[in-house]
Ligand binder design. Structure first.
Ligand code: AMP
Length: 403
């Protein structure tokens, strides 16, 4: 597929080529035809996938073929940086079309506000804004959006995380009811689906492969309490026939303590964390790659950097806070269409995180029963379940099976 296949306005196509884009990215291939057909869309795509182009190109094409003398498009973004980046992409792509845009964001002094105010009144077609500042312009009466045809919510999950939910709904109350709405989000938790339900009209959904784990991964969970985690880990390592295993834990302290405990149990293992010298880290990774070291333990920093073929087991000693990290972690196995196993330990405090992951991957993860010999291990009552210091004190010292 090429950009010529979309039948874009020729000046827009010129801009695309001058930006050095030759072929559409997967999200562009999927989303552009839907947006061009006038339907609402909910798209799951991360930064770096070409998602900005995926919504900008059809919107720019629409503007270039219709009335250029009014504000037709509003793009809401969570941060000033993202708003500026989007504005730059508009500038590049729309360079030969005569379409203009302005980025409107908070911070800065009164002069910045005044400049934005004048910019808004100056025949722009596209406003790219952070929600708070946009409301200031809307309520002052300077900005009128009655001719709006397109609303884009970019990085919607981050906007909700940053507490912009009410602001977004308030902004939408100023917009025409008949419009095309495009929602882009890196993750799809329930809150995003509810937002989509209230602001989108019969949307088409698009997911790109990067947000889904490889099909070759056998995903499993064990529901455990903290004192069962290390014995279960030892059992899995001892009983399984895995050549290469990565264990992920949420904090450096846990990584170190766990490595120590596994070494005492004669597991050949190294901890990988930021306190090590660069040279030590390289040596550990090299011996893991060469299959001399069968087990490595690290935090999420390890999940993004490591590119090793043939990892057959990933164990999440705890549930990652961000569902995206889960996909990055388990993506270390079953690379290049092989198969692998990803096991996650879930305690009662992590149930909500598990729910978010299952929502993101759009299916429940298979629950495996805790082995009988570990069932008798008693949970140690913690002073305060969310107090990390108390967790640290309790961690690891009462984790052996009761005789
Ligand atoms: P985004 O995911 O929108 O943040 O885009 C990531 C980067 O990819 C940006 O620098 C874009 O300019 C670039 N980009 C977007 N679409 C394409 C494409 N079809 N070909 C090459 N680069 C692209």
């Amino acid at each position: 597929m090429t950009f010529q296949d979309f039948n874009f306005n020729e000046h827009l196509l010129e801009g695309v080529l001058s930006m050095g884009y030759t072929t559409p990215t997967p999200i562009q291939e999927m989303a552009i035809p839907i947006i061009l057909s006038g339907q609402d869309i909910i798209a799951c795509a991360q930064t770096g996938t070409g998602k900005t182009g995926a919504y900008l190109l059809p919107v720019l094409d629409h503007i270039s073929k219709t009335n250029k003398h009014q504000i037709s498009t509003l793009i809401l973004a969570p941060t000033r940086e993202l708003a500026q980046q989007i504005d730059q992409q508009v500038e590049g792509l729309a360079y030969f079309t005569g379409i203009s845009s302005i980025a409107v964001f908070g911070g800065g002094d009164g002069m910045a506000y005044e400049q934005q105010r004048r910019g808004i009144q100056n025949n722009v077609n596209i406003i790219i804004a952070t929600p708070g500042r946009l409301i200031a312009h809307l309520t002052s009466g300077v900005l009128k959006l009655n001719h709006l045809t397109h609303l884009v919510l970019d990085e919607a999950d981050r906007m909700l995380d940053m507490g912009f939910s009410d602001d977004i709904m308030k902004i939408i109350s100023y917009l025409p009811k008949t419009r095309q709405t495009l929602l882009f989000s890196a993750t799809m938790p329930g809150r995003i689906r509810s937002l989509a339900k209230s602001v989108l009209n019969d949307p088409q959904q698009v997911n790109i492969a990067i947000s889904q784990p490889a099909v070759g991964i056998d995903q499993q969970i064990y529901r455990v309490h903290d004192q069962q985690k290390t014995p279960l880990l030892q059992l899995l390592l001892k009983n399984g026939s895995y050549a290469s295993t990565i264990i992920f834990a949420s904090r450096k302290e846990i990584v170190k303590a766990l490595a120590k405990e596994l070494k005492q149990a004669h597991v050949k293992v190294s901890a990988f964390h930021s306190d090590l010298e660069q040279k030590e880290r390289e040596e550990i990774l090299l011996s893991f790659k060469n299959k001399q070291l069968p087990v490595i333990i690290g935090t999420d920093a390890l999940s993004r950097g490591i590119d090793v073929e043939g990892i057959d087991l990933v164990i999440n000693y705890d549930v990652p806070g961000d569902p995206e990290d889960y996909i990055h972690r388990i993506g270390r196995t079953a690379r290049a269409e092989t198969t692998g196993t990803a096991i996650t330990f879930v305690n009662h405090r992590d149930e909500r995180k598990l729910k978010s992951i299952e929502q993101l991957i759009d299916k429940p993860i298979r629950l495996i029963d805790v082995p009988d010999e570990l069932k008798s291990i008693e949970a140690v009552k913690q002073e305060h379940p969310t107090n990390k210091r108390s967790q640290r004190r309790n961690w690891g010292n009462k984790s052996r099976p009761k005789k």
